[in-house]
Design a protein around this ligand. Structure first.
Ligand code: 13P
Length: 287
């Protein structure tokens, strides 16, 4: 059964580790992440962007697929199904459809409008025990059409949003979706420390987990980050392994064109990536 992200993140915050949010795109992604979480005895959050949900034909399909897999794969570790960077209407739709967690990304609204809309989402989510993530200070880069300027969060605004009763807060601290440019100055730990100070102890979320060096990840966790989002790194691992299979001509040998064979190396590469991240985040054995 799906669970909200609230308890697993409070536990992570207390235990000084982070739970990974891994974005899903289809059946292979979902199966790779769930099987790895179970093997690692780690809690996990499946992230779904609005674009990925549309690709999978809708929120209802995603809920049905994930619930079906939890049962058929005998998954016993805590799993949350979380809308990533939701718009207001998308967040409400996911609460209705059976997601156990939603992010309402109101970072592109003026702060007062972000607050009003976040409050409404919190009210609707509470009726169904769904956890809520809010965002202040847009994450840089582009993910599924959501483009952020990469600004750093204003701690005073973070304090206002945190006080509304959200379960987790994403604050921009120089992090970027996708790969980091070679001249990236790194995460701004001064801003992170201030955000942590004013946000009443709620778990903080680090987006753009792909390519952040291990020491920065560890420092971020020590400063209150309890959820780290990873998307691009799984995509790169999947693509590289698939490329290798095809370049080796394996799809032309026997029934190597069978999608179940063709997608296997990518599936296995994703499992390795997810395991590596769970080890780095310290969530292995914490289920
Ligand atoms: P990356 O694609 O950079 O790993 O970011 C993922 C993310 O933050 C999802 O919201």
């Amino acid at each position: 059964m799906l669970v909200s992200a609230k308890e697993m993140l409070l536990k992570a915050k207390e235990g000084k580790y982070a739970v990974g949010q891994f974005n899903i795109n289809n059946l292979e992604w979902t199966k790779a992440i769930l099987n790895t979480a179970q093997a690692c005895q780690s809690p996990v959050i499946l992230g779904v962007s609005e674009g990925a949900a549309k690709y999978m034909t809708g929120y209802g399909t995603v809920v049905g697929m994930v619930n079906g897999m939890l049962k058929s794969l005998n998954i016993t570790v805590p799993v949350a199904l979380h809308l990533d960077h939701g718009e207001y209407t998308g967040a409400l739709a996911c609460i209705e459809a059976g997601f156990s967690s939603v992010m309402f990304d109101g970072s592109h609204y003026p702060i007062d409008e972000n607050i009003e809309k976040t409050k409404e989402i919190i009210r609707k989510a509470a009726e169904k025990g769904v956890s809520v993530e809010a965002e202040v200070g847009a994450i840089g880069g582009e993910e599924d059409g959501v483009v952020g300027g990469g600004e750093k969060a204003d701690p005073a605004e973070c304090a206002k949003i945190a006080a509304l009763g959200i379960d987790m807060l994403a604050a921009g601290i120089g992090n970027i979706h996708g790969t980091y440019p070679p001249n990236w100055p790194g995460l701004d730990f001064d801003v992170l420390a201030k955000v942590q100070e004013v946000s009443g102890g709620i778990p903080l979320v680090l987006h753009g987990g792909t390519g952040i060096p291990a020491e920065m990840i560890q420092k971020a966790i020590s400063l209150g980050v309890s959820k780290i989002n990873v998307n691009t790194e799984c995509q790169l691992a999947f693509a590289a392994a698939t490329r290798k299979y095809i370049e080796a001509g394996l799809d032309l040998k026997g029934k190597g064109y069978d999608p179940r064979k063709l997608l296997k190396p990518g599936y296995e590469a994703m499992m390795d990536t997810v395991k590596e991240k769970m080890e780095l985040f310290g969530s292995v054995g914490k289920a």
